[in-house]
Ligand binder design. Structure first.
Ligand SMILES: NC(=O)c1ccc[n+]([C@@H]2O[C@H](COP(=O)([O-])OP(=O)(O)OC[C@H]3O[C@@H](n4cnc5c(N)ncnc54)[C@H](OP(=O)(O)O)[C@@H]3O)[C@@H](O)[C@H]2O)c1
Length: 221
């Protein structure tokens, strides 16, 4: 499977690439193709230092990455959804599955706050959906910290909330979640409920800071 990562040069993108290249071809997307190629080389070296990889990691610009992807993860800030999605989503294959891990959050003097509630703005899912031609948009990975994702030796004994409207797309994303050791996908509901998964991140971060916890996550039991 070709997994493209828009904004793949960021912290989350690096973690996804290092994890998924074990079994898939990962395409690092960036606004700058040279930056993407440099990142891909570095990620390859890191991934190989953890053992044999069966896929590849290469870099390119965001549009070329989107065109070649079977699954495309939008690893970009909430503020840039309009500028990036309007450019890349018209270019994807009809059957391409799009994943949004995007958290609409800002740090204020009272802590981390959820932008859709504070400013009456749409959830990340709803904003991305405007640019989709299919219903193969799935929301996932909001509550996974990049620090742990980046290091394959770290145990990620957490649950990932998954939201979406297409059964097959959800199945595929569940599979990708499960391929990251110890992560468990939990279906939360339709895309309309994605805001609940997205708000879990500021909740987690505020609790983490106030209680001095290290890399907390959710585990439903
Ligand atoms: N970090 C975490 O622990 C974490 C956890 C859960 C979810 N998330 C979510 O995952 C997403 C990615 O997180 P991240 O920490 O990797 O983000 P990031 O490092 O801030 O940004 C990721 C990439 O987005 C691109 N980008 C940055 N500013 C941009 C702009 N003005 N216009 C267009 N593209 C821009 C950059 O790629 P190029 O410069 O190469 O184009 C950058 O490398 C975010 O939505 C975040 O909320 C993060």
């Amino acid at each position: 499977m070709n997994i493209g990562i828009i904004g793949g040069t960021g912290g989350m993108g690096k973690g996804f690439a290092i994890r998924w290249c074990k079994n898939h071809n990962v395409l690092i997307g960036s606004r700058n193709s040279e930056k993407a190629s440099d990142a891909a080389k570095t990620y390859n070296q890191i991934a190989e230092s953890y053992g044999k990889i069966n896929g590849t990691i290469v870099g390119d610009n965001n549009v070329a990455t989107a065109q070649k992807s079977d699954v495309l993860i939008l690893s970009i800030p909430y503020e840039n959804i309009d500028s990036i999605c309007s450019q890349v989503l018209p270019q994807i294959k009809d059957e391409c599955i799009v994943i949004s891990p995007i958290v609409p959050m800002e740090k204020t003097k009272i802590g981390f706050e959820f932008i859709p509630i504070k400013y009456g703005k749409p959830s990340s899912f709803d904003l991305v959906k405007k640019y989709m031609r299919s219903n193969k948009l799935v929301s996932a990975f909001h509550v996974i910290s990049e620090k742990k994702l980046l290091d394959p030796s770290m145990i990620l004994n957490y649950d990932v909330f998954v939201c979406g409207d297409d059964k097959d797309a959800i199945e595929t994303v569940n599979g990708l979640v499960s391929q990251i050791k110890d992560l468990r996908p939990l279906y939360l509901g339709s895309g309309e409920l994605s805001y609940m998964a997205e708000i879990a991140t500021p909740l987690l971060l505020n609790v983490m800071i106030r209680n001095k916890l290290k890399n907390p996550g959710f585990k439903i039991c």
